[in-house]
Design a protein around this ligand. Sequence first.
Ligand code: F6P
Length: 323
Amino acid sequence: MKRVAVVTSGGDAPGMNAAVRAIVRVGIDAGLEVFGIRRGYMGLIEGDMIRLTARDVSGILQLGGTYLGTARSEEFKTEPAQRRSIKNLAKMGVEGLVVIGGNGSQKGAHALWRLGFPVVGVASTVDNDLYGSDITIGVDTALNIIIESVDRIKTTAESHHRAFLIEVMGRDYGFLALMAGIAGGAEVVITPEFEMEPPNVAEELRLAHEHGKRFALVITTDGAKNNAETIERYFKEHEQEIGFEWRVTILGHVQRGGSPTAFDRLLATRLGAAAIDLLQREDTGKLVGWANGKVAYAPLDIVATHNKTLDAEMRRLSEVLNR
Ligand code: F6P
């Protein structure tokens, strides 16, 4: 293999740049030419790629977002778009592709691989919902941003004796909410796996108030049925059930921005380097992730067809801790 390409796809995640930098520099060190695809799978369909030198990726290690740009592409889910992408890569003499991204992106990577193109995935999403990797690039940074925000909210909540309803990212996987609930000390955690109906949330808050708590936190997930919008609607109509005065904070895309933590930079660098190693050995069709404290490899066949489950023990712990 002489030429390889890298694409960042789906939602950006802090650390993606560190992975791109590692892929470019480790690739060049191994004698490869490395190309960067701009704007995710959209750029791949359009053949929008540039040769990257070691200098091109200097100064991006500490930056959030993705230097290459990213996008969510509905079109890429279709076979004609995937075939066009493979043609674009072949036209440039590219023989291997690294896809840095989460669930949707790795499904796309799997599709390209099934069509015969050598692909390696790198596990990257703030949601941490990728099967085959204990932790993904961006999670540590996002969680730290959430915890800092929760701590800040706590101080004002305590001053005013209020309850706060905080919504975090995660989509269909409640990892961020659950970990934030434990590390931030929430009274109630709601995830798509462990829903709680609004009247029960109100009841928990009322009990917390009755038990003399000076403030209370509810952390919910953007993709839960009972997300901030649903609960807020109920709270507005049932103010008297809650006990506390209350406010809502949706953390939103703040969670995905900002400089990656040292953990995410190191994880991204190691996964990027391992991806080049796999391409060189022509051992493709795999996701490079992290499991049991080291780099781990999972077949894209499995990754694309399995869902991660949220740890029920951790959920139980979150309930016990916040009495
Ligand atoms: O998949 C990452 C994620 O941040 C989810 O947690 C969130 O639900 C979604 O992306 C938001 O998507 P977008 O950035 O396209 O609004």
